[in-house]
Unconditional design. Structure first.
Length: 287
């Protein structure tokens, strides 16, 4: 990929470098909560340069670490208990779960992302053996006809498919998310969907903290439904659970200083205000 050393975010694909660098940082800790032996190879010098270009970049790893822990646990549990035979990873970026997680050898795993980032990952991981039946697909998911052809192909040979959308939906418009949800619901094997969501409160924080950098990279976040997972109900999906990244960070001892006091403040808020504030995390959607 055409990255300049020392450059910050230049396009939406660069957010994949940001996320993978946080995985590399966690991997190097003596008490690491997960190990990603490929993250450092993938990010090179560009990942740390992006983090250094962002306000409090290094101090913001807790959120991504918590998100990774939630998804790793939920993915492996669903594969084990629900008989998942296919994983469809939308906007996969530099995700390496197909390589680093303990997975059934006959599991089919599809990583889908824009051509540039997909080809970059394929080149960097050339010679590394995935843990399952793996396919890296270069595709712009906003191209409806092309994604429909892919979804049809995946569904044709699947009995139970798990969809992943980590760090993806927030970059879409509500209309785009609605259309995607309706389309995914058309395929009977597509039964489970682990979707990362943020709420209006988190969106405002991100915009305040990193908004200018993301806007300059044409990577603005816009989807932050006030009703959380209930947004998907009219489009064929019901939430079977939600795990907050903030709560997970407290549980795994990766939360920033003062987080426990903030949690107590959330609990003291009237009505459901605390819940509405704490809306960033992963929801399990089912059909």
């Amino acid at each position: 990929m055409g990255h300049d050393e020392g450059a910050g975010l230049k396009n939406i694909s660069d957010t994949a470098f940001l996320v993978a660098t946080y995985r590399a940082m966690e991997t190097e800790k003596p008490d690491a909560l997960f190990r990603d032996p490929y993250a450092k190879l993938l990010v090179g010098d560009q990942g740390p340069a992006i983090i250094n270009s962002l306000k409090s970049g290094k101090k913001s790893s807790w959120f991504l670490v918590a998100r990774t822990c939630i998804l790793d646990d939920w993915i492996q549990n669903l594969i084990r208990t629900e008989g998942i035979d296919t994983v469809l990873n939308l906007a996969a970026g530099l995700d390496t779960r197909a390589y680093r997680l303990e997975l059934p050898k006959n599991l089919r795993w599809f990583d889908i992302d824009l051509p540039e980032i997909s080809e970059y990952k394929k080149t960097k991981l050339q010679g590394v053996t995935p843990q399952c039946q793996y396919e890296n697909i270069a595709l712009d998911l906003t191209r409806q006809a092309e994604r429909s052809a892919l979804f049809s192909r995946v569904a044709r040979d699947s009995r139970k498919t798990l969809i992943l959308s980590e760090g993806f939906l927030m970059y879409l418009t509500p209309t785009q998310v609605k259309e995607l949800a309706l389309e995914l619901a058309q395929y009977s094997p597509f039964r489970f969907w682990l979707a990362e969501l943020i709420g209006p409160f988190q969106l405002k924080l991100i915009q305040w903290k990193w908004g200018k950098a993301f806007k300059a990279a044409n990577a603005e976040m816009t989807f932050a439904p006030a009703n959380g997972p209930d947004f998907f109900i009219p489009y064929g999906w019901n939430s079977q659970g939600f795990r907050s990244s903030f709560d997970e960070a407290l549980k795994i001892h990766r939360a920033p200083p003062g987080a426990a006091l903030l949690k107590a403040f959330f609990r003291a808020l009237p009505f459901d205000a605390g819940t509405r504030v704490n809306r960033a995390g992963i929801t399990l959607l089912t059909r």
